[in-house]
Design a protein. Structure first.
Lengths: 149, 139
């Protein structure tokens, strides 16, 4: 079975017309598997960082959401130690009208707006709730340490 | 051609399955280090099958998934001493050529199928009565 037309179109557009601060390129030997980078948004503790992610489009895509995870360590209440992301559109709020591009933009937005009330990394979320300034300091340190260009 | 799940997403699936618990609980596994982002090193546990010399023994194993997992099987070692024909008496390494679940490895195989396969081997007519090292000794 060939790659579905929808995936081909999305890939072409991602490469030809990338969203600002985001790159996504398919692996040559698996066109459903993408290498992704997201730049930390300006004004966030992740500013100046470049974060590597991996994205996979399962057989059921677009009826099921893509699977995405961070490969770069990041101190963020909604991202756990294995890089797994807590984001509603990757779970129950997924709709086939969404695309790879919208998913990656939502992850970029999540970096600007951590949500410690819906945590995946509970210790990081606790830190963010108790002392946001200090938690952001650690996020900046990790960005410098693990996500430098 | 069906979608081919890449190594890391495949291991995440296995991790989530292992965290929920598999089968009747006689085999279990998990990451050795919970922030190992490449998910290479795993612990496994096998509860010795009943009505064999292994009954009531708990065996610990380590499993290493390389970069080419699941195209290639992982390397598997017993940490607990055990006497089985496919386990090196020197360092506990399993000889993949002598264990079906490793010699006939395929994409559908998993850490779970290895542990279940080893436990099944412990209960075969040839292996169930083998003299064993003292309980609790390690390699």
């Amino acid at each position: 079975m060939a790659l579905p037309k929808r995936i081909i179109k999305e890939t072409e557009r991602l490469v030809a017309d990338p969203a600002p601060g985001i790159t996504a390129a398919p692996h040559e030997d698996n066109l459903r598997y993408f290498d992704v980078t997201i730049q930390g948004p300006d004004g966030s503790p992740f500013q100046q960082g470049v974060f590597h992610l991996e994205l996979f489009l399962p057989e059921e895509y677009p009826m099921s959401p893509p699977k995405v995870r961070f490969l770069t360590k990041i101190y963020h209440p909604n991202i756990d130690k294995l890089g797994r992301i807590c984001l509603d559109i990757l779970k129950d709020k997924w709709s086939p009208a969404l695309q790879i591009r919208t998913v990656l933009l939502s992850i970029q937005a999540l970096l600007s707006a951590p949500n410690p009330d819906d945590p995946l990394a509970t210790d990081v979320a606790k830190h963010y709730k108790e002392d946001e300034k200090d938690a952001q300091r650690v996020s900046r340190e990790w960005t410098e340490k693990y996500a430098s260009k | 051609m069906a979608a081919r799940v890449p190594r890391n997403f495949r291991l995440l699936e296995e991790l989530e399955k292992g965290e929920k618990g598999i089968g009747d609980g006689s085999c279990s596994y998990g990451l050795m280090d919970s922030d190992d982002i490449m998910m290479s090193n795993w612990n496994g546990t096998i509860l010795g099958p009943g009505h064999t010399v292994h009954e009531n023994r708990i065996y610990s194993l380590k499993i290493h998934c390389g970069d080419d997992y699941p195209e290639k099987p992982p390397a598997v070692h017993f940490l607990s001493r055990v006497n089985l024909p496919f386990v090196s008496p020197i360092d506990g390494k399993i000889d993949p050529m002598r264990l079906n679940v490793l010699s006939q490895w395929g994409r559908d195989s998993s850490i779970e199928t290895i542990l279940v396969g080893i436990r099944r081997e412990m209960a075969t007519a040839n292996n169930r009565k083998l003299l064993q090292p003292p309980e609790g000794s390690t390699f």
